[in-house]
Each structure stands twice: as C-alpha cells, then as structure tokens.
Design a protein around this ligand. Structure first.
Ligand code: ADP
Length: 617
C-alpha cells in the first residue's frame, strides 16, 4: 500500500506555523516533551497490561532510548510503550487537535509580549514542539498486541503528513527528528545529557544513551542511563532537597516557577500511602481559561494509574498538585471502578487535612509568604465551607479579610474580628462590593462606625457564596450592612412625623419596593438596601457582568431623618411640584453610593444643574 497524504486539522496547522516561525526561545524543551510522551506510552501499556497481560509480549524492560546519528543528522527517541497503529497515529498526530490547542493559540495571540517561556508544555501540544528543531519528523511505531499493525508517519510540519502501514519488529515508537542544519547542537552527547538532567531527571523510566567504550582492546557499545529516576515521593524526606522538590514539581505541573510549599508525608493506619503535594506560588496558567485539568497523580505500587485523579482532592483545593502512591488500593481493576472505591475518599480526607494543616503552619510561621498565597487562592478556598462541612471552620480561619479598621492592604481574620467585637455587637458585619475604596466610603458603614464596630470589606467574587456556605462563625451570624434588616429601631414619633414624606417619595419612585426611615445612616441623606427577598446590589452587578439576565429585584430606599435635607423636605406641602425632582435626586445619589450606575446620567446632571442655578442666583 502506498503512503496516504493527509492534511493537518486547521488548528494544528496554525499551531505548527507558530511553532516553526515564532517560538525561538527554549527550543530544548522539545526533548522533555518527547521523553514525556515516551514515558506516558510506557505507563499506558503497564496499566493496560494489568488486565491484558498478553500485551507485554514478554518485554517489560522499560526503556526510553535516545539515539544520535551525526552522519544522517538525526536524533531518535524510542520507547517500548503502547505504540501507535495507522488509525491512532492519524488521530493523535494530525487530525484531532486537543482542546488545549485552541486555548493555547488564543493565549499566544493575547500574550505575545509577556508570555511565560515554555507555555507550550502547559497545554499538552508537546509532540509538535519537535518541529522547532526538525524540518522533518518520522514516526515508526507498532501497537502493543498487534505485530502486523505498525505505521510509518511522516511530516515536514507544513500542513500535510503521510501515513502508511509499516512492519516494525518491536513494539513501541521511534520518533526520528531530521534536525535543521542550524540545530546540530542536539547531536552532541554532552548537550543531550545536560537537557535530560535539567528537564527529565525524575522521569521514572530509564532514559538511555549509547556509549562507545573500549574494553580489552575491543570497541563496545554500552547503555548509559542518563536520568537519575528518583521517585522523589518514595525516598526519605531527609534525602530530598528543596531543589529536588522544585524540579519534580515543575515536571508534573509544567509550571516554570518554584512551588510555594512542598509537603511530603507517609500515611499509615487506615490507608497506607505516600504523598508529595505542592502548593503553587501562583494560579496555574490554564486555570483562568477554564481548561484546567486538576487532581493528583495516582500511583498504585509505583504503577501510574491516572494523571489527574480528581477523587483525591476537594474542589476548593484544586490548585494543589502532587502525587499519591497507594500500597493498598487494588491494582488490577478499571479506572472507572477504582474511582468509586471508598478508599479514595479516605485518602482524600487525609490529603485535605494535611493541606489545611500545612496552610495553617504557613500562616503562623511565614505570614508574608502566606499573604501571597491568599492573594492567589482565597477566592477558590472560599468555595470550601459550602462543600466541606467538617472542615468549614478551619477553612474560615485560613482566610484573610480587609475591614473598615484595617489599613489598605492589611488584613484581619474572623477570629480577630470576633475577639474585638464590642459587647453590644451581636453579629459579624460585612459589606460586599468591587473595590476597597468604594466600600470604604460607603454610607452603609456609617452606623457601625458611630457605634465603634468594625465591618469586613469583601471584594472577591466568591464572597457572597462563602458567607452563605459558612452561615455562622463561633456561634455568630453574619449581617450585611446593606441588607434588608436595619440595625436598631425608629421611634414612633419619628415615624409619624415622616409618614407623609415617605408616602409621597414612594409614589414618585416606582422602582423601589418601599421608602423607610434609616437607622444605619449618620452623614448621608439616603441609601438603597436589599429588599426582603432580593439579591444584593453586588450580586446583581456581578450577574449582569457575566451576561446573566437578572430580574431586577426592587430595593428599599432608606432616608436619614436627622439629615438637614430631610428636615427641610419634611416641611414641604404635599403637592409641591419640586418633590418629583428631589425624589429622583435622592434615589440617584443612593444608586451612586452603592457603586451602581444611574440609569439616566443626563437627566441626573440636569437636575443637579437646576439646583446649582437656583443656589447661584
Ligand atoms: P499529549 O502528550 O499532551 O497528549 P502530544 O501532542 O505530545 O500531546 O501527543 C499527542 C498524542 O500522540 C498523545 O496523547 C499520544 O496519544 C500520542 N503519542 C505521542 N507520542 C507517543 C509515543 N511515543 N507513543 C505512543 N503514542 C504517542
């Protein structure tokens, strides 16, 4: 059969174009990507062979072989892993772009200038990085369990590739790079050794390079293992250095920064396993794109079972990376059945407690570093209380909040807040909004300020959800200072004096559910508060911004009876024509004070100008 010519899928073609034309830095990472693919291929057959032993064909001498051929200008990476058939080669190396590819292309477009150096690895478009250094790539492969089913795949990376059946004696893949004339440095043994040590040292399978040796006057080729294969998580803690952790972390996470914290431990008792966990220093890149694969690597007795086992972490710790190696989970059952094994739940609980404890230690021992963590991840951690009842107080204690009384950029905790509450204060007070500056000047804080109470100022999208999830802290409820329930009560005398004005304002403002006297205002004339069942103004803005239809909930306009403006308005006769315009002005200033936008800014300005004109004349 002759070779079949096929076109790359459009997105892959774009990707290849980018790789060959614009990615010049860090070219050496191509080797890490190909070695990592070879290692994945070996892990796959090891896993499949758990239930189909015949696939092994007696060859379990797992190896990744790097071969240099200066005469032909080629570099070959071979493995005895799962292999490819013509069909899987077409699928995996040409026609189906992984979902990460599009996101990768997008982010390249957006980030050209400030792009992290090896973004390419983070999106799993690894194989194609070969075209950074090669002008032609040939893959010879044959799948496990099918000696006749081999394939020869080849491409110059310019839009097309060819596939044809190929007879290959041994299972697995040879990826042959025909190096560009400018990239011949990758044929130097010392250079390859250096790259493998730098990027692939922890790959668990041996990476091998042939070495010519003379023994007793005879030339011999010996296999040299060039990676140290340290399974960091299995070694004694005392034998691992910070650098070991960091290198391993980078390998499994594709992050190029050091981790913020590494946690290695062995669990004994109910579940026996070894774990090595990492807290990243910054949000993993893909996380903001919604293309983020999370979960821990699960090994059972050193066999890799899954790269991203979500069952081992609660969602609110999805930024944690690492490895769990269990010694008592069953090895030879399918991933699907394994994922519903109750033992995984026990491991997850253990991992959760350990991570929370590590974060508590960081908070108590290295506060500045901890603040860095909180800035990156508190919005995710805040999902916790609603989802993890047992740990909700611990999660709450890990969070930091700005408050009315903290200087900008400094934090308090719920524990400290409760401790400094005056005797008279029952609830924990909070106000949610977009920025600290906006909240700091909000009229809703006036009553608390006057009473010597503090108010938590919250500006993260998850805050509303966090408070609903936590409900209570140290037996105290939470009260939004812009909520429906006013602090204190209004005297009957006041009510009687203002009832006419309230009625009249209400009749002029169909957009509010009610107009009432406020007990929360000291300096401002009016403010808007949530209706009894409505969503808060902050939530409404948030939903609108995310393109969600919000059935506008009617709010309550509160006016400050002791404000000079109200003292004047209350004296106006019932039918006074000016009341219409004053009602609008009161409403609009309350809208501005809560951080929303007035519906008709032109009309608002016109009314202000009318007042200015009267005052100036
Ligand atoms: P990723 O490795 O992140 O999936 P790649 O672009 O590096 O993305 O590889 C695409 C796919 O090609 C892999 O998922 C795998 O199915 C297949 N593949 C690549 N290299 C090998 C190999 N050495 N042996 C078997 N399959 C491979």
């Amino acid at each position: 059969m002759t070779a079949q010519k096929m076109k790359f899928q459009t997105e892959l073609e774009q990707l290849l174009h980018l790789i060959t034309h614009s990615l010049y830095s860090n070219k050496e990472i191509f080797l890490r990507e190909l070695i990592s693919n070879a290692s994945d291929a070996i892990n796959k057959i090891r896993f499949d062979a758990l239930s189909h032993e015949h696939l092994l064909e007696g060859d379990t001498d797992w190896k990744i072989h790097v071969r240099l051929d200066p005469a032909n200008g080629t570099l070959t990476i071979s493995d005895n892993g799962i292999g490819l058939s013509p069909e899987t080669a077409v699928e995996n190396l040409g026609t189906i772009a992984r979902s990460g590819t599009r996101v990768f292309l997008e982010s390249l477009k957006q980030k050209q200038a400030g792009m992290p150096p090896d973004l390419i690895g983070q999106f799993g478009v690894g194989f194609y990085s070969a075209f950074m250094v090669a002008d032609r790539v040939t893959v010879l492969s044959r799948p496990a369990g099918d000696p006749q089913g081999g394939v020869r795949w080849e491409s110059d990376g310019k839009g097309e590739f060819t596939v044809e059946p190929y007879e290959k004696a041994k299972r697995g893949s040879d990826v042959i790079l025909h190096l560009k004339p400018s990239e011949k440095e990758f044929l130097e043994p010392y250079r390859l050794r250096e790259i493998v040590r730098k990027f692939s040292d922890f790959i668990e399978h041996p990476v091998i390079m042939d070495q010519e040796k003379e023994e007793n006057g005879e030339k011999k080729t010996v296999e040299e293992v060039i990676n140290s294969r340290k399974a960091v998580w299995l070694r004694n803690k005392a034998d691992n250095t910070a650098e070991d952790y960091s290198t391993f972390y980078k390998q499994i996470s594709n992050d190029y920064r050091d981790p913020l914290k590494s946690i290695q431990y062995s669990a004994e008792g109910q579940q026996e396993f070894k774990a090595l966990l990492f807290i990243p220093a910054e949000q993993p890149f893909g996380m903001q794109f919604g293309e983020y694969k999370w979960g821990l690597r699960l090994y059972i007795q050193r066999v890799l079972i899954m790269d991203h086992c979500e069952e081992l972490l609660p969602t609110y710790l999805r930024f944690v990376k690492g490895v769990v190696d269990s010694s008592d989970l069953p090895l030879n059952i399918s991933r699907e059945i394994l994922q519903s094994n109750p033992k995984l739940e026990q491991i997850k609980n253990n991992v959760t407690r350990t991570v929370l404890k590590a974060l508590e230690e960081l908070r108590d021992e290295d506060y500045d570093k901890y603040v860095g963590f909180v800035k990156q991840f508190s919005n995710i951690l805040k999902e916790g209380p609603a989802r993890d009842f047992a740990n909700r107080d611990r999660i709450a204690d890990l969070l930091l909040f700005e408050s009315m009384n903290t200087p900008v950029g400094k934090y308090t905790t719920l524990a400290k807040y409760v401790e400094s509450m005056p005797e008279s204060q029952k609830d924990i007070l909070f106000l949610i909004g977009e920025t600290r500056e906006q909240l700091q000047n909000s009229p809703y804080l006036e009553a608390a300020r006057a009473a010597g109470q503090d108010v938590l100022l919250m500006t993260e999208p998850m805050d509303e959800w966090f408070i609903q999830g936590l409900r209570r802290y140290k037996d105290k409820s939470f009260t939004a200072v812009d909520g429906a329930i006013p602090p204190g009560t209004v005297s009957d005398d006041e009510k009687a004096r203002f009832s006419r004005l309230l009625e009249s304002l209400k009749s002029k403002l169909p957009e509010v559910a009610d107009v009432r006297l406020s007990t929360r205002l000291k300096d401002s004339a009016a403010c808007l508060v949530a209706g009894e069942h409505g969503v808060s103004a902050h939530m409404e803005r948030l939903l609108t911004r995310h393109g969600r239809e919000v059935s506008e909930s009617k709010r309550i306009l509160e006016i400050n009876g002791s404000h000079p403006v109200m003292q004047a308005l209350v004296k106006l006769p019932d039918g006074d024509a000016r009341l219409e315009s004053y009602a609008r002005l009161l409403y609009d200033q309350a809208v501005i004070a809560e951080g929303s936008q007035v519906k008709d800014p032109v009309a608002f300005a016109k009314r202000i100008n009318e007042l200015l004109l009267k005052d100036a004349n």
